[in-house]
Design a protein around this ligand. Structure first.
Ligand code: SF4
Ligand code: SF4
Length: 174
């Protein structure tokens, strides 16, 4: 059985269900693919490196204070619609559970009390920096962060393409 991608304009709940079903039906098959397996491991490392660099620049602390004092403002409702079913599937393949319901009516579906509830995120969520942050952070610290985010996005692109190829083939016998 091949798997057809869910359209980007589908409601987020349907995209989550698609990703969960796809993970159940084809997850083992995908993880057996050497390229998918390699890219997932590389992506996990790249995400960790981006997070560490964000902490190093002071952005994590700035955002924490902003959320505490001003309620944050950059993860608004509707941003979840930029997510594809495939990117949600990638979160599941990384062993990361997807939030099942919106916690803040004004916030993105994936926004939780501890911040973003996804591990692998799309480009805007990866490299968005508000003016508050760019005014506070030394510009010299931004370049190494951009480099790490670039690697994360590159791996994500290749993983996405590989997963599409595997899903377009018939399920391998167990
Ligand atoms: S990116 Fe800017 S608006 Fe968003 S939480 Fe951080 S400091 Fe606040
Ligand atoms: S960073 Fe996470 S919570 Fe914020 S908009 Fe992106 S997916 Fe939503």
């Amino acid at each position: 059985m091949t798997v057809k991608e869910i359209p980007i304009e589908s409601p987020i709940e349907e995209k989550i269900t698609w990703a969960e079903n796809c993970h159940r039906e084809r997850g083992a098959d995908l993880l057996r693919d050497e390229e998918v397996d390699f890219l997932l491991r590389e992506l996990k490392g790249a995400i960790r490196a981006s997070h560490m660099e964000m902490a190093h620049t002071g952005i994590v602390e700035s955002c924490r204070l902003c959320e505490e004092k001003d309620g944050g403002s950059c993860c608004g409702a509707g941003l979840e619609n930029r997510y594809t079913g495939l990117l949600l599937l990638i979160n599941l393949l990384l062993g990361h559970l997807i939030p099942g319901r919106r916690q803040d009516p004004l916030g993105c579906f994936f926004l939780g009390k501890e911040g973003c509830g996804l591990l692998s995120r799309q480009v805007i969520c990866i490299n968005y920096l508000c003016k508050k942050v760019t005014d506070q952070i030394n510009p010299h610290k931004i370049a190494p962060l951009r480099e790490k985010e670039g690697l994360e996005l590159d791996l994500l692109f290749h993983l996405n393409e590989r997963i599409k190829k595997v899903l377009a083939t018939t399920k391998a016998p167990e």
